[in-house]
Ligand binder design. Structure first.
Ligand SMILES: C[S@@+](CC[C@H](N)C(=O)[O-])C[C@H]1O[C@@H](n2cnc3c(N)ncnc32)[C@H](O)[C@@H]1O
Length: 237
């Protein structure tokens, strides 16, 4: 199964400890009126920003994630435009004030896709625009996630997430055991590949066109070598 086709159903539950509130607080004073959330997934950040009054578009490759996002926006009573697109081939109808890409979207792009991705993002920002994205750090992907196994057990589903560290990427196999009734489960699988990008690689790609601040994605203070998430706040140079 393709990435997020099954996970979409459980994504928000598994993301319970991700600090969207702290993230929103950190970015909210950096944003103009209209924005795009790339690899928006189930729309948690898109909807949070729409609730703050921003005119938002959420873009994702997974139709299943966009379905979840659409329902959530409806029940939150916010108006968001959703589009299914591969962000490596980004196409927007017009320029916007800000673009965000939260929680690993950039880890789904290979290093060779990044120069054209960053240049497309730049081309869709108005003058003075800001681009904010984060990555799971090299430290997290190589020391914590890579070659490791994680499990969660709920009443309705048990899932096993096993990872294999490759040369510059981590291959992730997710097995879901969905309870049908009693002790009868259905097994469904999907796989993901996340690319490892170092801080220096990204700085090298960004330095020509952007002025960049990098912070730790948990504390929103200075990042260090053991930061698990790095947030890049990029202003057009
Ligand atoms: C970890 S989720 C993050 C979702 C959301 N931004 C959040 O903060 O919860 C990564 C998302 O990236 C999307 N994605 C991966 N590769 C993509 C691509 N090439 N184009 C668009 N979306 C992509 C996946 O479908 C998934 O929804």
């Amino acid at each position: 199964m393709s990435a997020y086709s099954i996970l979409a159903k459980y994504y928000d539950r598994l993301m319970g400890d991700f600090d969207y509130r702290g993230y929103t607080e950190f970015i909210r004073d950096k944003l103009g009126r209209e924005g795009v959330d790339l690899a928006c997934g189930s729309g948690e950040m898109t909807i949070a920003l729409a609730k703050l009054g921003h005119k938002m578009t959420g873009i994702d490759l997974s139709g299943e994630m966009l379905n979840v996002a659409t329902l959530k926006a409806k029940s939150a009573g916010v108006d968001v435009r959703w589009a299914r697109q591969d962000i490596s081939q980004l196409e927007l109808a017009h320029k916007v004030d800000f673009i965000v890409c939260v929680c690993d979207g950039v880890n789904y792009l290979s290093y060779s896709q990044l120069p054209s991705f960053f240049s497309k993002v730049k081309s869709y920002l108005k003058s003075g625009g800001v681009f904010i994205f984060d990555i799971s750090s090299e430290y997290k992907l190589t020391r914590i996630i890579g070659d490791n196994l994680f499990c969660e057990d709920y009443d309705d589903v048990t899932y096993v997430w096993s990872n294999q560290l490759g040369d510059g990427y981590v291959d992730m196999e997710l097995d879901f055991f969905e309870r049908l009734e009693g002790d009868i489960y259905k097994r469904v699988e999907e796989s993901h590949r996340q690319y490892i990008h170092t801080r220096d690689q990204l700085v090298g790609l960004l330095e020509k066109d952007w002025t960049t601040q990098i912070v730790d994605g948990e504390t929103f203070r200075d990042a260090d070598v053991e930061s698990k998430r790095l947030v890049f706040v990029c202003n057009l140079a």
